[in-house]
Design a protein around this ligand. Sequence first.
Ligand code: GDP
Ligand code: GDP
Length: 433
Amino acid sequence: MSNIIAIVGRPNVGKSTLFNRLTESRKAIVDDFSGVTRDRHYGSAEWTNRQFTVIDTGGYVANSEDVFEAAIREQVVIAIEEATVLLFMVDVTTGITDLDDEIAQLLRRSKKPVFIVVNKVDNTQLQNEAAVFYGFGLGEIYPISSMTGSGTGDLLDEVIAHFEDIPEEENALPKITIVGRPNVGKSSLINALIGKERNIVTPIAGTTRDSIHIHYNQFGHEFMFIDTAGLRKKTKVKENIEFYSVMRTIKALEEADVVILMVDATEGLESQDVNIFHLAEKNKKGIVILVNKWDLIEKDNKTVKAFEDQIRHKLQPFTDVPIVFTSVITKQRIFQAIETALEVHKNRGKKIPTSKLNDVMLPIIEKYPPPALKGKYIKVKYITQISGTSPMFAFFCNLPQYIKEPYKRFIENKLRENFDFSGVPIQIYFRQK
Ligand code: GDP
Ligand code: GDP
């Protein structure tokens, strides 16, 4: 399921303010645990239990006068191709500007839904002034204030009604994608695994088409690669190369079951990688980390451990993720990488029988019960795994509202110690019984 909201519009209309508002909770979590400095223009958001990805296009344009109008125009074109829904943001305090008009012209050709979001409508007086934006001829307008949040709920109700719901195919092959920054070795890995076959499926440069699915069926393993690495195209404006590649990465990631996040051993895990990791985690995808170009690292018997510790520290709190050290050049562990990804896929679909779950977890909970609150004791009665594409567990108890985050994390750790969920985000719910 791939639902991406792109916020487009000229500078200073309030795109990043809205972006921050929509992705707020996520940001707080990332900040709390990893202390990574973020330069983040895409992120995960949720509205009425629908999860989606938001991208703030403005973050990708440098503010140098000569390129930016062209860059913005090109971004709009890319966003029309790649996003599910476009939010065209304008500013009620300035009315329609020339650049607004140009963007509107491009958007008129979009087959994707476009929402005109009139921002900075901070009070009812400004509501009336928002009406000038009907002048675009693009349909309904949505007055909001990104600063206060007013109007954003009505907007999102409409937006999610336009999402695509692609049902999960049953018994379909595992879908694996390789993501990572440019030059980490993604194409080399796919070439090493697929060989010449890939050249047949790679489309002509400059053509648009969705991520390519490559059927892998060798050495007893069968799965689909979702390949974006081979698609390097199309941006005339240098500033948009990153924007484009981020869009493709997000799409591939949302389509995949397992995400192989490839990093360069000589550079380590950077904040961009951590962002991708959290996006995969939030999307409940299986994750494997490959530390590639391992041939370039001088090693002693402590090197692997040191790398692992450093990486896991940055991934907190979700650290139960396999890390494989590869060299595509020397073919070191490249099949192990694939086997690990398939192992993670299996973990993601794992169902623990209720009796086993209760036999293992109830004694642990009895020994380490949730802390009593206001003199009330919390009693967990039974546990069951809820069916879904990724592991979810319901703990039925008398006072679920009294369970705090640290206890949930304790329970998650115990589940991971007793059942192998390596590489897989798991959800834990405490429910009334
Ligand atoms: P971007 O360049 O489109 O990403 O715009 P920003 O999000 O950086 O916002 C530009 C300016 O508009 C900042 O000074 C914001 O504080 C301000 N701004 C954003 N949203 C609102 C709003 O809803 N009301 C008002 N009054 N100001 C806003
Ligand atoms: P991509 O942009 O992630 O698809 O990266 P490429 O596959 O194009 O690789 C970028 C460069 O890194 C190429 O010159 C590769 O030959 C080189 N490279 C890829 N994997 C390795 C590796 O394991 N070791 C070394 N030393 N170089 C590698």
